[in-house]
Design a protein. Structure first.
Length: 277
């Protein structure tokens, strides 16, 4: 990293996106292993290899970031049906954090390699597939409680002729609502999210019949704070995947189209102690 208080900072390597930071602001702080809707409601846009980013200095609470992932054709994931190469990525992020208000926005586009291996089982492995992720989140701290809201749209020409616009592919819309309320030594957490999938004129018939189906996520939790650095926690989450999301589920590179009739609800409970040093 190259950093200057007056000029900002530049990073190289495998870099977290501003989209990830925006998703984190708009989701409950349960962590990524449980709760927060990570990989359940939000799209998976955490970090990219072979990338660089520039972050401006902070001006009166405002800052901006730009990230570019150059992409390449080296294979990083494969199976008998899917070969994946690193996409080209561009992202613009805008941030504001001052007083009780925090706002983040991110606009990220990803384009698969022109030499990506096409597979009949998943259009996600096709060449030149462009996907646009637009994410917005905000929180306001009232003192007695902090409330948050997150919104994300994902538009892709997956499932359509890749020469057409993003309005002719698979689109999703996601929303997230959160509340964090301190009550003495206890901090109460609540999280509610949903994602709706639509196929706008694409050629995937199995998706067209599933238009408007919704995946939902609910998270509840409590922290008991022993000190500023140590707390005990109880966390519960319930996630229910729609047929559309089950149809698009990929495990070890294989599309799980046969799983749409399976149990799509997951309940997870976590109890533990966390400390920071």
């Amino acid at each position: 990293m190259l950093e200057s208080a007056a000029l900002g900072s530049i990073e190289f390597g495998t870099i977290n996106t501003n989209t990830l930071a925006t998703q984190g602001l708009g989701a409950q702080k349960f962590g990524t292993a449980i709760g927060s809707g990570y990989k359940k409601i939000w799209a998976d846009t955490t970090r990219y290899e072979n990338s660089w980013s520039y972050k401006t200095p902070v001006f009166n609470g405002f800052s901006a970031t730009y990230l570019n992932g150059i992409g390449n054709d080296s294979v990083y994931g494969s199976s008998t049906t899917v070969v994946l190469r690193r996409p080209v990525v561009n992202e613009l992020g805008l941030n504001y954090d001052q007083g009780p208000v925090s706002v983040k926005a991110a606009m990220l586009t990803s384009t698969t390699s022109a030499n990506e291996a096409a597979a009949t089982t998943t259009a996600g492995a096709a060449s030149n597939v462009k996907t646009a992720y637009n994410t917005l989140a905000a929180t306001y701290d009232f003192g007695v409680a902090k409330v948050g809201y997150g919104y994300q749209t994902v538009k892709s020409n997956t499932g359509a002729d890749t020469t057409t616009t993003l309005d002719h592919g698979i689109n999703t819309k996601a929303t997230m609502y959160t509340v964090t309320a301190p009550v003495g030594a206890v901090t109460l957490l609540a999280n509610l999210g949903s994602r709706t999938t639509n196929n706008q004129g694409g050629v995937q018939a199995n998706q067209t019949a599933l238009n408007g189906q919704k995946s939902t996520f609910t998270g509840l939790g409590a922290h008991y704070n022993f000190s500023k650095n140590t707390y005990a926690y109880y966390l519960y989450e319930r996630a229910t995947m729609s047929d559309a999301d089950m149809t698009a589920l990929v495990i070890n590179g294989v599309l799980q189209t046969a799983q749409t009739g399976q149990d799509r609800t997951r309940n997870v409970t976590a109890i533990g102690i966390s400390t920071a040093f």
